[in-house]
Write a new protein. Structure first.
Length: 125
């Protein structure tokens, strides 16, 4: 069976649709977006260097990307097995752990990036 190749336009369209579905169906996305907006506002107010901006934006993208993968895993699990399955439970818990690990790492990096300029702005450093 041959399949029709998707165009780049279709691939981007599918990706944007997936982003919309993830935001619509997963409240965790809104938590991450709220944190990202707070970090962005702080970075803007502190007038960070381009390198510090790049580090923060990379962390935000990593957290959002891992959350998207975890959401995809959750959606796939719903389609695969409606009954309790310890393997599906473990896979979902591991996906959640991945989000937690990346989010904690991003929070630590955010502190390292934002704390020195904040302390300088407050006259404490």
């Amino acid at each position: 069976m041959t399949s029709k190749r998707r165009t780049w336009l279709r691939k981007f369209s599918d990706a944007f649709r997936g982003t919309w579905v993830a935001f619509r169906d997963n409240s965790s996305f809104w938590v991450h977006v709220s944190c990202a907006l707070g970090v962005t506002a702080a970075a803007w107010g502190l007038q960070l260097s381009p390198l510090r901006w790049a580090i923060l934006l990379l962390c935000i993208a990593l957290v959002m990307g891992i959350e998207a993968l975890n959401t995809a895993l959750e959606e796939m699990a719903k389609a695969v097995d409606k009954q309790f399955n310890p393997h599906v439970r473990d896979a979902l818990d591991i996906g959640s752990a991945a989000v937690l690990i990346v989010a904690l790492g991003a929070a630590i990096v955010g502190g390292i990036v934002l704390l020195p300029p904040l302390l300088t702005a407050l006259g404490c450093w």
